[in-house]
Ligand binder design. Structure first.
Ligand SMILES: [Zn+2]
Length: 270
């Protein structure tokens, strides 16, 4: 019933043809948190599954983030068949299920500072912080090789005309008002190429921060996309000399967090 009262927003989308690439994003409403069959109901086998139940069945997580932008998608297609997509479902598929998320040292701090109700959540065996190592979804047409190169920051910092830009959220959760876990992807297309930043940002207030970044840089003329993946993590204790205002700004806090892992690849599309 509620469906009829709430007007559906049209799908927002934009696209661009750039050299041999077709680049498009699609943006829509968030996944409803209630099954279409009603409060506390679940679609059963044989039913026409609602979007929520489709999602829940595919992921098997005890619960989903507060906001899942299940129809948001960034898609890059090369003329010869290679495609690279960024999808909320694939980001959430990599959330650990059946394991505790934080190390014991942090769990103790949690115990001391959280009310009982949250502790229950804490000990459900799944990663309630929704930490993900998602690095995008390339199809099998890409040939992926390790690289010892670095991101061409000099080139990326040059002033260029922006031909296309978009920033999409894949999912977000406020961890019961105890921080934030989000996954988002940004794209920028310039005359010299395109740049994508896929970022997972996690802040558990008074405990720790994590940033998992995947950067993609395509320079016109190359037969590959360069990809760099970095994992950063730091506890509040390690960041005690950093102004607290930075803790809400990933671009600022990132500079104070050590890189624990860095991997680079070339994604050949020809
Ligand atoms: Zn349902």
């Amino acid at each position: 019933m509620e469906d009829e009262l709430v007007p559906r927003l049209p799908v927002d989308q934009e696209e661009i043809d750039f050299h041999d690439w077709h680049i498009a994003y699609f943006k829509s409403h968030i996944l409803k948190s209630i099954c279409a069959k009603g409060q506390d109901a679940h679609c059963k086998e044989g039913d026409d599954y609602c979007e929520l139940c489709t999602y829940q069945n595919a992921l098997e997580l005890p619960h989903l983030p507060d906001m899942v932008f299940h129809k948001n998608k960034l898609c890059l297609q090369h003329r010869d068949g290679a495609t690279l997509e960024f999808l909320p479902m694939d980001a959430l598929r990599l959330v650990e299920n059946g394991k505790q998320p934080l190390q014991v040292a942090c769990a103790q701090e949690w115990k001391e500072s959280r009310p009982e109700s949250l502790m229950e959540e804490k000990f459900k065996p799944f990663d309630w912080t929704f930490t993900t190592d998602y690095q995008g979804t390339p199809n099998e047409k890409f040939r992926i090789e390790k690289s010892d190169q670095h991101l061409n920051k000099f080139k990326l910092m040059q002033r260029e005309k922006i031909l296309f830009y978009h920033d999409l959220t894949l999912f977000e959760d406020e961890l019961h008002d105890n921080g934030i876990s989000s996954s988002s992807v940004k794209i920028r297309v310039m005359p010299s190429g395109f740049f994508i930043l896929l970022r997972h940002f996690l802040r558990v207030d008074n405990v720790l921060l994590k940033i998992h970044d995947t950067r993609f840089h395509y320079e016109v003329g190359n037969d590959f996309i360069f990809k760099e993946y970095t994992k950063r993590a730091a506890t509040y204790e390690e960041l005690k000399n950093v102004p607290p205002a930075y803790f809400t700004i990933p671009n600022e806090i990132e500079q104070h967090m050590p890189i624990n892992e860095k991997l680079a690849y070339n994604l050949y599309f020809k």
